[in-house]
Design a protein around this ligand. Structure first.
Ligand SMILES: [Fe+2]
Ligand SMILES: [Fe+2]
Length: 359
């Protein structure tokens, strides 16, 4: 099953998330070994850059920063990678809220590691975006002034400890379903960043699932907490896949460029199918009375999320939008002395003709 991190007895060995990520990594290396069109024994290089770009994409080769690319491809990637980076950084807040209130030292250490991973994901992604000719400062400015968005999901509040479990299971789970195909994205730096990110996301999903599993098999009060968190996070997680295909503005061109490999609705369906089985193991209910197996489609029928709500949250009117961006602005201002000190140190090393970081 796609993006399935808990293969059942009927699933083959290639169905787990990590197997899919590894397969993408092998494909990436194989493409590099095959050589690019016009190099070594590939077809002759075309002098028209647009033709060469198309030939690289058709040959499932990666576009690298040194390559010519259409302006719209570059802009699409900058927008997508930047929004992804912003989401990782803003996404630290809902869970960061629970680090000081985790129920044990072990839980605190795990959550701390998870939130720190998200910071790392943001950094890989800003670095990937920088290869397209923007600076991290520019992108951060676009986030702080509201001109670039981040995922709507992080504008919902974390009301209890069980929310940390529901976020790991559902939010990181939805992120995985979205991101595994990006390991095969046509832009090399993004694809390579995604391979590492997905390996870490697998751990995030498992930690959330394990929290819910413990709560769901605990006292009646703990079970109720787990169910309440799943009830609140289910539909916002479905909305993470974006508007339905009929309203999705960027999809077709992104598919042609092999940035995107599957439509929003396809990925959402895969996520639903994956979650139903996992909810069964947890013995928790997904809050959808119309969720049922459709024999003909070989998939679950389900209730769509409220897309009007998604649009409201994206445009700034979610429960925590203001709080999240205020917090990020404050954190950015508080960190200015670190950036200044790092820049001064680098300048000093350059004056002394030494590398910025000692070997
Ligand atoms: Fe992440
Ligand atoms: Fe994550």
């Amino acid at each position: 099953m796609y993006g399935h991190d808990f293969p059942g007895p009927d699933d083959g060995p290639a169905d787990g998330l990590l197997e899919q990520v590894e397969a993408a990594e092998v494909a990436l290396r194989a493409a590099a070994d095959r050589g690019r069109p016009g190099v070594a024994d590939g077809p002759a290089a075309d002098t028209d850059p647009q033709h060469y770009f198309t030939a690289l994409i058709e040959a499932d080769q990666k576009i690298e920063p040194r390559d010519w690319m259409p302006d719209a491809y570059r802009k699409t990637l900058i927008r997508q990678i930047a929004q992804h980076a912003h989401s990782e950084i803003i996404g630290m807040q809902p869970e960061g809220n629970w680090i000081s209130r985790a129920p044990s030292l072990g839980r605190k250490a795990i959550l701390l590691a998870k939130v720190q991973d998200e910071a790392g994901h943001g950094l890989y992604l800003y670095a990937a975006a920088e290869t397209l000719g923007v600076t991290r400062d520019e992108l951060v400015e676009l986030l702080l002034t509201g001109r670039q968005k981040y995922s709507s999901i992080f504008n919902y509040p974390t009301l209890g400890w069980a929310d940390v479990g529901a976020i790991g299971w559902l939010v990181d789970g939805a992120a995985i379903v979205n991101q595994v195909p990006l390991c095969r994205c046509s832009y090399g730096p993004y694809a390579r960043a995604m391979i590492r990110v997905c390996k870490e996301e697998s751990f995030h999903q498992r930690q959330g699932y394990e929290i819910l599993h413990r709560l769901a098999s605990g006292t009646p009060a703990q079970r109720a907490m787990a169910q309440d968190a799943v009830d609140r996070w289910w539909y916002p997680s479905l909305a993470m896949f974006g508007p339905p295909d009929t309203d999705s503005t960027h999809s077709q061109q992104s598919m042609a460029w092999k940035i995107k490999r599957f439509s929003n609705d396809d990925l959402r369906q895969r996520f639903v199918d994956m979650c139903v089985q996992q909810a069964g193991v947890l013995d928790l209910r997904l809050p959808d009375p119309d969720l049922r197996w459709n024999e003909q489609r070989q998939a679950y029928d389900y209730t769509q999320p409220d897309y009007a709500e998604l649009m409201r949250v994206i445009s700034g009117d979610g429960p925590c939008n203001r709080q999240r961006i205020d917090h990020r602005r404050r954190a950015h201002a508080d960190g200015s002395w670190v950036r200044e000190a790092a820049a001064a140190y680098t300048a000093k090393r350059q004056r002394e003709d030494r590398p910025a970081v000692a070997a």
